[in-house]
Design a protein around this ligand. Structure first.
Ligand code: NAD
Length: 499
């Protein structure tokens, strides 16, 4: 059955499939309190699911979502959603089986290249209380080195030109245009709610938008500074890209013809700072951890970055070199499994703050279980891409702190050495693979020049700073690991790192 509003009763009536469908009212019966930019896989598996639960279980009608696509390639999402009355299916998969759930919280969709004014008008509408974002890191125009807006970027330059104010290109161009209108109309600013996987996502959104606004109109910028809200948040749910077989499996197992379902894991988490300028839905009713201040978010974030993202990277690069294809295949290997557990427990855990009523061992166990999920089919290249943005955030801080407290860090060094070897793009069997990294050219030149000596790569200041290069113990560990991996391969080297 094709997924659309008309077919929902039949889809849910097919007893054997047990598909959950929205039974709440949609379209004109609800208000679209959230405008979301970047309707990709993650948004549809995360925020849209929480809102669906609020609408279904708690009768919330003021916070349905209007999706927005700014990129030309979002035309595909526009077409799919419109042809399905904005409905889509979330397929949850675990070792225990899979379930299908039709989500109805996305109530409409605007494709900016079709009508940019419609997007600005929607954000400026009094019913809009929140503009949320999953626009990937590149959407923030954030300069990692200076921590400032990339104001020289041609798209930002275009949007800063008042002549283009009715047809912006970037997220900040749209946010500014809509906020300026709200300011003129005496409305409150909407909350800008980033759900991107970045540390301090709220603070970065605030700083980028305020910088943009200041270049356009200081009065509006001051109003945003005084009255705007940009909650920081930690988001988590592993959501790989949808494959053609996912669609076929949905049709075969649940009888639903959905042109773009989302596949994800049962686990989901969202910790968000309680900072909203124009009201918020009762997110805590559906399991969102709404916390008092940024410090609380940062603690959870640290756990996630160091344990989840750090471990993901620590299995990704050696896994790829060893010839594995999927995350769960790496975890099925008993050596890797023990390596991961020992790295988490002995090297990362001692460096983390205690969070009251939070059980770190349980968290580590859940991570091992999530990574082992054989049904998610999370590909290693997805885990490995953009390492230069990941390792300095996920692994190096643990190494730096371990050096500081003279703690153990051999496994963290092995993982970093595996990344250094991975940069060459050749696995242990001699097969080449694609290295997807914005710094690829520089990294490969350094890796080539250095061979098994890490000094060349470690000389990239923007990634490693100055401090680590002077630490003899660190240099020795990395060099030994690189020599061993290069000579013997991952699977022969790994046992040296397991007690
Ligand atoms: P996706 O490729 O399915 O969707 C990306 C979305 O971002 C698209 O809608 C695209 O239009 C939009 N986008 C990209 N560049 C943009 C720009 N410059 N301006 C405006 N919009 C832009 O990817 P996804 O899996 O949905 O991931 C999106 C983000 O979600 C990630 O960058 C990450 O921060 C966060 N996230 C993802 C996961 C996951 O497991 N997939 C988990 C946690 C957080």
């Amino acid at each position: 059955l094709k997924l659309n509003s008309k077919n929902l009763p039949q889809i849910s009536a097919a007893d054997e499939a047990q598909v959950k469908v929205p039974t709440y009212q949609r379209d004109g019966a609800v208000k679209e309190g959230i405008v979301h930019i970047g309707v990709g896989g993650f948004h549809r598996a995360h925020l849209a699911v929480y809102i669906d639960q609020l609408m279904q279980k708690h009768g919330i009608t003021d916070y349905a979502i209007c999706g927005v696509g700014l990129q030309p390639f979002d035309a595909a999402m526009r077409d799919v959603l419109r042809s399905q009355d904005h409905l889509y299916t979330v397929i949850e998969r675990s070792a225990k089986g899979s379930s299908a759930h039709v989500i109805g919280s996305i109530n409409s969709y605007l494709f900016a290249p079709d009508d940019r004014e419609a997007v600005i008008a929607k954000m400026a509408h009094p019913d809009t209380h929140i503009v949320s974002l999953t626009i990937t890191e590149s959407g923030y125009y954030y300069n990692e080195n200076t921590h400032e807006l990339q104001s020289e970027d041609p798209d930002i330059q275009f949007d800063l030109d008042p002549a283009n104010k009715k047809a912006p290109r970037t997220t900040f161009g749209f946010l500014y245009a809509a906020l300026e209108r709200r300011h003129q109309q005496g409305l409150k600013p909407f909350t800008v709610m980033s759900c991107d996987n970045m540390q301090k996502n709220g603070s970065i959104s605030r700083h980028m938008l305020e910088s943009f606004a200041r270049l356009r109109n200081p009065e509006v910028a001051n109003w945003i500074t005084d009255q705007g809200a940009f909650p920081n948040a930690m988001v988590d749910r592993i959501t790989p890209q949808t494959s053609a077989t996912d669609k076929t499996a949905l049709a075969d197992n649940f009888g639903i013809e959905d042109a773009w379902p989302v596949v994800t894991e049962p686990f989901m988490q969202w910790v968000i700072e309680d900072q909203f300028s124009d009201g918020r839905p009762p997110l805590d009713k559906v399991g969102v951890q709404v916390v008092k201040n940024v410090h609380d978010v940062e603690q959870f974030e640290k756990y996630k970055l160091r344990l989840l993202n750090g471990s993901h990277s620590a299995l990704g690069y050696p896994g790829q070199l060893a010839g594995f294809k999927y995350v769960h295949q790496v975890m099925e290997n008993p050596l890797f499994r023990r390596f991961m557990w020992q790295m988490m427990q002995e090297e990362i855990k001692p460096l983390l703050p205690e969070i009251p009523a939070f059980n770190i061992d349980e968290y580590c166990n859940t991570l091992i279980e999530r990574f082992s999920n054989p049904k998610i089919m999370d590909q290693l290249p997805r885990i490995c891409l953009n390492a230069s943005g990941k390792i300095p955030q996920f692994i190096m801080p643990s190494i730096a702190e371990a050096i500081w407290v003279t703690g153990p860090f051999r496994r963290l060094c092995f993982s970093t050495a595996a990344w250094f070897c991975y940069i060459n793009g050749v696995d242990d069997s001699g097969k080449t693979f694609e290295v997807d990294d914005p710094m690829r050219e520089e990294l490969q030149a350094k890796a080539h020049a250095g061979g098994t000596n890490p000094a060349e790569l470690l000389s990239i200041k923007s990634l490693f700073g100055d401090d680590l290069r002077g630490d003899k113990r660190f240099i020795q560990e990395i060099t030994t690991a690189m020599e061993d991996i290069t000579r013997d391969g991952i699977m022969k080297t790994l046992p040296k790192y397991i007690d």
